[in-house]
Design a protein around this ligand. Structure first.
Ligand SMILES: [Zn+2]
Length: 234
């Protein structure tokens, strides 16, 4: 190949390469735009409330690790019963304020999409003196929306329940399986702001008594936090 023919060949390669590059990059930009539009096509806010551990025994193969995780228990008091009660009450408060709510079990729909997803649990510990609530946003969220949702629930739960905060948030929380859309199909979509709430320790006498006797106050704390988040993100 002469130097002249070779340089002509290189120029053609650059032109063809540039064309392929621009063609491959256009569809990606379009699908991102379409994705962010279809969340807000409906003006009614839409929230998913997950009852922690509900129906875990029937989790699909990809979530087989949760099949035997029935949650904390002390005497006849179970985390599942408390999460069910507070979750249903949270959903009722949200519905009364015009929010569309899905109450979800441990296995959520594939690629679940909503304006907010909140998982409700209660904690247990070998030491009865350990107490307090915890809230964490998803660490898989590429935006700061999940942290904003978590902060809003945290502030409202603290203010409305008067319960102290437990600061030992673990990776079980911020890497919660239902947030992990990179690993599981039965997880939230990458654009769904997500948080998990540990409403208090059922192994702590004061927390347990509060959760059993004032579930509506706990639900109000969570619901007000979600509503404040929805209002700020609109
Ligand atoms: Zn739990």
């Amino acid at each position: 190949m002469s130097p002249k023919v070779f340089s002509g060949f290189v120029i053609i390669l650059i032109i063809v390469g540039g064309f392929i590059w621009s063609r491959d990059n256009k569809p990606a930009a379009q699908s991102v735009a379409a994705d962010s539009i279809d969340i807000h096509t409906d003006n009614t806010p839409h929230v998913g409330i997950q009852i922690g551990h509900l129906d875990a025994a029937n989790a699909p193969e990809e979530l087989k690790n949760i099949r035997y995780d029935f949650g904390a228990q002390v005497g006849s008091v179970t985390e599942l019963a408390i999460a069910t009660d507070i979750g249903n009450k949270t959903a009722a408060i949200l519905k009364s304020k015009g929010v569309k709510v899905d109450v979800l079990p441990a296995t959520i729909p594939i690629g679940y999409k909503a304006d907010a997803f909140v998982s409700i649990h209660a904690d247990g510990n070998d030491f009865s003196y350990v107490s307090g609530y915890k809230v964490s946003g998803s660490s898989f969220d590429q935006t700061d929306n999940s942290d904003q949702l978590a902060t809003s629930i945290n502030e409202n739960y603290k203010k409305i329940t008067g319960m102290g905060e437990n600061l030992t948030v673990t990776d079980d929380m911020f890497e919660y399986y239902a947030f992990n859309y990179l690993k599981f199909q039965h997880a939230v979509s990458s654009t769904t702001p997500s948080a998990i709430v540990e409403t208090g320790y059922i192994t702590n006498p004061a927390n347990r008594s509060f959760l059993l006797n004032h579930p509506n106050t706990a639900a109000e704390g969570i619901a007000e936090g979600i509503i404040a988040f929805l209002n700020s993100s609109r």
